[in-house]
Design a protein around this ligand. Sequence first.
Ligand code: NAP
Ligand code: G4F
Length: 349
Amino acid sequence: MVKSKKRALITGITGQDGAYLAKLLLDKDYEVFGTYRRISTPNFWRLQYLGIKEKITILPLELSDSSSIITAIETSQPDELYNLAAQSFVGASFENPIYTTDVSGLGVVRLLEVVRHHCPQVRLYQASTSEMYGDNRSGLLSEETSFIPSSPYAGAKLLAHNSVKIYRESYNLFLSNGILFNHESPLRGLEFVTRKITNEVAKIKLGLSKSISLGNINSSRDWGYAPDYVEAMWRILQHSEPLDIVVATNTNYTVENFLDAACKHAGLDYKDFLKVNKKFLRPLDVNYLRGDNSKAKDVLGWEPQVTFDNLVKIMVDSDIARWKAYKEGKHMPWDALHYPSENNMISFK
Ligand code: NAP
Ligand code: G4F
């Protein structure tokens, strides 16, 4: 008898993690469905970059609209559901707190209601986050550490995280939270600090820019490599029981460390280019994040493969190669050309 393929539905497939996860699942012979938002200009550059856009069935889904969630789930009939969709930029959550809470928090409750009524057999992965730990921390942060959210984004994600636990216990559903620490890649959005740095360093290296403006450079993060982290997501749903689990590297570095490493790799000195601009400071920031991956190692057999130094090199090399190709007149799926200069962008505090 021919065994039919496993079916996976990924919400937020147009984002960094959605694209890498889709690639991983296609390589594992899944039938992959992915959701996008109806926006005026299509946003499929990451799927094109990985050469997988035509292999995925794309469905519309808006987390503020329950009917679109029902339609996407009924159409795809997934065995595994990865909820990666969110308003994921912490800075923007201070500008749009109600929207962020609606999409990244309440949107997950809407999704859980649809799961409960329409596909209770599905295995669901929820994209929880280290941002929920909040500020004033030290040491290794684990599954046992309490959460003290410090932004509307973190508050919304904690609502989602707790709702997953409530639905799991109330209705005996297979629902897991992956508490992922920061993970980056050449497909990272340009508003996040690592990619902002590597994109600007590449432009400085090629004579296309003269400086880089950042906010809180003393903040530290536990930065891993996104393709390693989507492997952890998949392992979480293959585990025999649903669970909540930290995915991290156990190391952390400051934003200044990242900038220094990126500039050194490009043969530059960051002190020649750095401008600190208050515009990029948040009303409240998380200054320290460092995760404890012991449970992920023990239970999932997962370990990060890419070190901090290698992550920086991968991202800098990739952005230099893209800007070089652009200077040579080559066309490629890419975000940087369409991103406005942050000098022209106003933030409301
Ligand atoms: P990302 O690149 O910002 O992708 C977010 C995705 O959500 C995009 O596909 C986006 O669509 C979609 N989306 C946004 N608003 C939506 C809405 N109202 N309805 C439906 N879809 C919507 O984020 P990522 O870095 O891949 O992260 C994936 C998930 O993991 C997010 O939930 C994030 O909060 C969480 N997380 C990320 C990290 C990290 O370090 N990357 C760490 C912990 C947790 P558009 O492309 O149209 O904007
Ligand atoms: O790169 P970031 O914007 O990432 P942040 O806030 O840690 O959030 C990311 O990781 C979370 C996991 O912990 C995810 F849940 C979330 O979805 C997202 O993927 O900022 C990192 C740090 C912050 O302390 C910020 O204040 O960098 C500091 N920073 C300094 N200058 C800057 C800048 N951040 C940005 N985006 N831009 C700057 O110019």
